[in-house]
Design a protein around this ligand. Sequence first.
Ligand code: SF4
Ligand code: SF4
Ligand code: FES
Length: 334
Amino acid sequence: MFKVTIDGIETEVEPGTTILQAARKIGGEIVPPTMCYYSSLEGSGGYCRTCIVKVSAGSAKDPRPMPKPVASCRTPVQDGMVVQNITSPELLEARAGVVEFLLINHPLDCPVCDQAGECDLQNLGFAHGKEESRYDFPRRVFEKKDIGNKIQLHMTRCILCYRCVKVADQLTPGRVHGVMNRGDVAEISTYIEQAVDNDMSGNMIDVCPVGALTDKTFRFKSRVWFVNPTDAHRNCTKCSGNVVLWFHGTEIYRVSARKNEWNEVKEFICNDCRFENKKIENWVVEGPRKIERKSVISQNHYEQYNQLKAQIEKQRARLANGETPDIGDISLRT
Ligand code: SF4
Ligand code: SF4
Ligand code: FES
């Protein structure tokens, strides 16, 4: 086992583990953000640089620092390595620079963007972005492309993370889309505008960290914090059938795959489950989805309601005993 210290916290990991995976093992605030790495997609990572960290000691054998920040999703740990993420002000400044570059061409679409509320770029901008852009040049514009009747492509929001391309390569029989051109004019496109139409193509929507690929069947129906995520399953011959149903009242507005605390899907789902089964009788409902990460989606969640109810009962009991209510007790954040 290799010993590695990240932001002063020591952990032991198998040789071959990346710095990012070691940080995820520790968990909490020290875990670097990721915009292109996706644990269930082979070869992902190494494109966006948001996961950079400072290596202040390379290994026990050679404790020299690495000369520049490294992508934690692609760099394996060495025995005795010392890494800094949130404890290094210059690293945070470097990450802010990466975020600034990601945002130079990004439109101010959040108020009308379907991804708002579950957007990794929004979270990243909130944590590391600047209030104003220093970019004076005209922003990139693209010709509108129709990539089929299920997925909406907004190229101006794309950050070229390549995740959707990996989904197409690894989950679908024949990839019909990819990144065309390079540099400032690079864009996601389909060859001769063929529709992205196969059994697993909807997973591109789930892996896209921004609102560049969204679900046409859910588009503009509701803000994500007004719908209630609920675990459900069905017998499916094409995928596991384990999904999240997004309810608005008793109506299913959206079906998506289940994401873990890192906002990543482990079990991809097929298009039949995602797009063709929006009736409640098609599903066995398991119960409210526990959102394992801090998210606005947790607002209005049943679990919040139960916590609130418990707090109210507690405060009532305090009042009944002649004690003053303890406002400091009330914590509804998940
Ligand atoms: S992709 Fe994210 S950051 Fe961009 S407009 Fe949509 S919600 Fe906002
Ligand atoms: S469309 Fe989305 S998933 Fe595909 S490269 Fe762009 S940002 Fe990444
Ligand atoms: S997450 Fe590591 S480079 Fe993108």
